[in-house]
Design a protein around this ligand. Structure first.
Ligand code: SF4
Length: 354
């Protein structure tokens, strides 16, 4: 897949755009002024593979808390500002690595200019983050792909007039076709890096699907430089889904990939239980190099898939055949299949003690 070439901006130690890998972001949902709780959540996000974290800055206390948080975390921190440009200035003073401002509500041009000047002095990029719900309808009309892009590019022009070009753009809507159309349009009209997302996508199940369709469609067309999956759920779930979307498109390597068949009337072992237990153990102790594991129900597709993976099983009656690198190793009883599978994973990854 050929990725659209964009400019590159640097957010703390992470690059967005150009040839940089597509990064995964999330946003904390603890009160930002509660430094202990927010740092705790950021550390969980870091452990899940989050590249950049955003925090809401609703007041001065939250802006001040950024300084303390920055000393305790390793990933870059983005300050999310609405309504009050003075909070953006305070977040910059506290060491925020990037600002997200919403052109629909940040205020008059002189306020945007003040923020841009302060960000430029510190080499901090700004994301112009337009949401369909907060678009200025008196100026742009009802939300549409065109309105989202026009609103964002008007704001970008204000920044460009100040010679500020460390810009990332997002154009989020709940409506997936509108979101896709907006990003496609923006990608034709400018070369700033694009932050992908379907906003207010919903609870984990439906939000995952809406985000995967919207973000996945764009990424598959080479559009998008960073992403956030928005879920009404633990933010760690957003990171897991974001990484999975990238992995499905071959844009990010994971410690393990689990292939499992959907099962059918031919299956004579409990594939669902075996696959779930295999995933649990792989997450608990990820292999030190990427491994593909196949858990297949029977001999129809099983040996083929199992032998194409690094390690795999193909089920039989109360038992399964264990494969590694295309070679069948041995027949194993159903109750011992996960144990034997994991031993082979460890052996292949070079993680076994013997
Ligand atoms: Fe059915 Fe076998 Fe295919 Fe699994 S691998 S879906 S059990 S035919």
């Amino acid at each position: 897949m050929t990725r659209r070439l964009t400019r590159k901006v640097r957010v703390g130690g992470v690059e967005i755009g150009g040839d940089a890998p597509v990064s995964v972001q999330s946003m904390t949902n603890t009160p930002t002024a509660d430094v202990a709780a927010t740092v705790g959540q950021i550390k969980r996000l870091e452990a899940a593979g989050c590249d950049i974290v955003r925090v809401a800055v609703p007041d001065r206390k939250a802006a001040g808390a950024i300084k303390e948080m920055k000393a305790a975390i390793t990933i870059p921190l983005v300050a999310d500002i609405h309504f009050d440009h003075k909070l953006a200035l305070a977040a910059l003073e506290s060491g925020a690595d990037k600002l997200r401002i919403n052109p629909g509500n940040i205020g008059s041009r002189d306020k945007v200019e003040e923020v841009a000047r302060a960000a430029k002095e510190r080499g901090v990029p700004i994301r112009v983050g337009v949401n369909a719900g907060s678009i200025d309808r008196s100026r742009y009309g009802m939300p549409s792909a065109e309105a989202l892009v026009e609103s964002a590019l008007d704001e970008v022009r204000v920044l460009e007039e100040l010679a500020f070009e460390d810009i990332v753009i997002s154009l989020k809507a709940f409506d997936v076709p509108m979101t896709i159309a907006a990003y496609k349009r923006a990608s034709k009209l400018c070369d700033y890096p694009l932050h992908l997302g379907v906003t207010e996508a919903g609870l984990a199940w439906e939000g995952t699907i809406r985000s995967s369709v919207g973000i996945g469609t764009l990424l598959a067309e080479g559009i998008g430089d960073t992403l956030r999956v928005s879920l009404t759920a633990d933010p760690v779930e957003e990171v897991r889904v974001g990484i999975e979307i990238l992995s499905a498109l071959g844009l990010r390597e994971k410690p393990f990939t689990l292939i499992s068949c959907p099962t059918c009337g031919r299956c004579a072992i409990d594939i669902s239980a075996i696959a779930s237990e295999a995933r649990r153990r792989l997450e608990e102790k990820p292999p030190s190099r990427p491994i593909t594991v196949a858990v297949m129900g029977c001999v129809v597709n099983g040996p083929g898939e199992a032998s194409l993976a690094d390690v795999g099983i193909a089920g039989g009656k109360g038992a399964g055949a264990l494969f590694a690198k295309g070679v069948m190793l041995r027949k194993v009883s159903e109750s011992a299949l996960v144990d034997e599978l994991m031993k082979e994973v460890e052996r292949l990854a070079g993680d076994s003690e013997s």
